[in-house]
Design a binder for this molecule. Structure first.
Ligand code: AMP
Length: 306
């Protein structure tokens, strides 16, 4: 920490406290995430290495910049990022901030641009949720927390179905899929889009994968041979788990205040069959983004009520 003056704690994550600090040489404010190895004999934490490897490749307006990396004598790795002012979860929870349809369009545009850049480089984020969408003071959204991110591609990489916070987790992961791809992130983006429209998490399961699947099927209907041909090959289905037949609810009955183009894009993301979900690039080309209202310019977004 010789090159930085510590200022205050910014928050706590899975890997420990994140602190705000000032870089002595430049006067720049930064956020430092200290990742400790659980057992010092294991050496440097693997999650840290993964995050460093992935973020080093990126210079993108909507992806958090990794400014510096250093280690401490106790084998912790410190990741130094540009500092953010707030995040989407705080904005969504702050009832004094109103989120217009134009604001929602700007948030979704930024998020999709970040995800498109990840997927273009064969990187899955795997933990998309509102608290990982940070905002700089000037209103720029920055996707953060690449600790769970993984490279993927052909031949199909086997990945753990444990990734992704429950409410944003796609049905294929909940059913135990170990071969999944960029479509998993798109489901999570769809959940965040829905949350921006509803102002509450859309699919709030009750702590277990089964309860999360129940929630999803109550809205989108139980999978069938026609809406999701391969679902029966996934581990939870081959183990004989069955659901009562549930018809889908028309999405516009849930999002009553949303315009048709908005509903149409949302429906293209929240598709049970991952092979039929839009890609990030397809989403960005949807008429929703060229129709009125135009996205709110980022510098006009209201980020706090102070
Ligand atoms: P994480 O370990 O990435 O989940 O971060 C834990 C918490 O630290 C987050 O919920 C944020 O409140 C805060 N945080 C992480 N990165 C930054 C950053 N670059 N700027 C400001 N706060 C951050």
């Amino acid at each position: 920490m010789d090159h930085y003056d510590e200022i205050k704690d910014l928050g706590a994550g899975t890997w420990g406290v994140v602190k705000m600090a000032k870089q002595k040489s430049t006067g720049r404010y930064v956020a430092i995430k200290k990742i400790k190895s659980e057992r010092s004999e294991e050496g440097i934490n693997f999650t840290a290495i993964r995050e460093i490897k992935l973020l080093r490749e990126f210079k993108h307006e909507n992806i958090i910049e990794l400014v510096d990396v250093f280690t401490t004598p106790d084998m912790a790795v410190c990741l130094v990022y540009e500092v953010a002012d707030t995040d989407l979860e705080k904005i969504l929870k702050n009832r004094a901030i109103s989120i217009s349809l134009a604001d929602t369009k700007q948030h979704l545009l930024s998020l999709l641009r970040a995800i498109e850049a990840c997927h273009d480089r064969w990187i899955l984020h795997r933990d998309l949720k509102p608290d990982n969408c940070l905002f700089l003071k000037d209103g720029t959204m920055k996707l953060a927390d690449f600790g769970l991110a993984r490279m993927y591609g052909t031949p199909k990489t086997r990945l753990s179905p444990q990734a992704i916070t429950l409410w944003y987790k796609p049905p294929e992961l909940l059913l135990g899929a170990s071969e999944y791809s960029s479509a998993a992130d798109i489901w999570s983006v769809g959940c965040i889009f829905a949350e921006l429209l509803l102002r509450r998490p859309f699919l709030q399961g009750n702590q277990t994968d089964i309860s999360q699947l129940d929630k999803i099927f109550q809205v989108f209907g139980t999978p069938t041979e026609s809406n999701w041909p391969d679902h029966n090959t996934l581990p939870l289905c081959t183990r004989g788990l069955e659901w009562d037949n549930c018809p889908p609810i028309p999405v516009d009955e849930i999002f009553t205040a949303a315009p048709q183009d908005c509903i149409s894009l949302l429906r293209s993301m929240l598709v049970l069959d991952p092979n039929r979900r839009f890609t990030a690039s397809q989403c960005l080309n949807h008429p929703y983004f060229s129709n009125d209202p135009a996205p709110t310019p980022k510098e006009k977004l209201i980020l706090s009520s102070d």
